[in-house]
Design a protein around this ligand. Structure first.
Ligand SMILES: CC(C)(COP(=O)(O)OP(=O)(O)OC[C@H]1O[C@@H](n2cnc3c(N)ncnc32)[C@H](O)[C@@H]1OP(=O)(O)O)[C@@H](O)C(=O)NCCC(=O)NCCS
Length: 156
C-alpha cells in the first residue's frame, strides 16, 4: 500500500478516486461536485492510499481551521479492508495535524459503526458526546470523538 498526499495529485484525479470509493462505501455518498469543492477549500486534508495493483483503495479527508481539525471521512474499499490501509491513513493524518500545529481532532461516527469506533479508539480518540438521531438512511445517533494532539515542536 502506498500513501499519496493531496498536493501530489490533481483535483480531478482525487475527485475521481474519492467518488468511486464513496459510492461503494456509503449509503449517502458525496457528489463529485462536493468532493471537488472540499479539495479546493483552504485547510482541507486529503490522503489517498493505493493498493499494490495501483487502484485507489481508500482515503481520509478532514478540514483544519486554526488549531482544530474535523475528520470528515475515512473509507477503504471492501476488497482491501483488514490490511492496515485505514491504520496508515489515520497515522499519517494525525502526523500531519501534529506538524501543522493542530491541538484537537474531532469527528462524528454512527453509534452502530463498530469497525470505525475500534479504529478511532486504537488511534487515541475518546468519546466526548452524543447527538441523538443525527444520521439518516438509516436513523442513528452520532458519537462525537476527540483526540488531543501534541504539537510537533520541530515544525516551528
Ligand atoms: C472503518 C474502515 C475505514 C477500516 O478500514 P480497514 O482498512 O479495514 O482498517 P485496518 O485494516 O487498517 O484496521 C485498523 C483498525 O481498525 C479496526 N477495525 C477495522 N475493521 C474492523 C472490523 N471489521 N471489526 C473490528 N475492528 C475493525 C481495528 O481496530 C483495526 O486494528 P487491528 O487490526 O489492530 O485490530 C473500513 O471498515 C470502512 O471503510 N468502512 C466503511 C466506511 C466507514 O464506515 N467509515 C467510517 C466513517 S466516515
Amino acid at each position: 500500500m502506498i500513501l499519496t498526499k493531496k498536493d501530489k495529485l490533481s483535483p480531478e484525479e482525487i475527485t475521481e478516486s474519492v467518488a468511486a470509493i464513496e459510492n461503494e462505501c456509503f449509503s449517502v455518498p458525496w457528489t463529485k461536485r462536493s468532493i471537488k469543492s472540499q479539495i479546493l477549500t483552504e485547510g482541507s486534508v486529503f490522503l489517498l492510499v493505493r493498493a499494490d495493483d495501483g487502484k485507489a483503495a481508500g482515503y481520509i479527508c478532514g478540514q483544519c481551521v486554526a488549531d482544530e481539525c474535523e475528520l470528515y471521512r475515512i473509507a477503504v474499499l471492501p476488497d482491501y479492508r483488514r490490511l492496515g490501509a485505514a491504520d496508515m491513513l489515520m497515522s499519517e493524518f494525525i502526523a500531519q495535524c501534529e506538524k501543522n500545529g493542530i491541538n484537537s481532532i474531532f469527528l462524528e461516527v454512527r453509534r452502530d459503526n463498530e469497525p470505525a469506533k475500534r479504529l478511532y479508539e486504537k488511534h487515541g480518540f475518546t468519546a466526548v458526546g452524543l447527538r441523538k438521531n443525527y444520521y439518516t438512511a438509516p436513523i442513528c445517533d452520532a458519537i462525537i470523538y476527540l483526540r488531543r494532539v501534541a504539537a510537533d515542536s520541530s515544525a516551528f
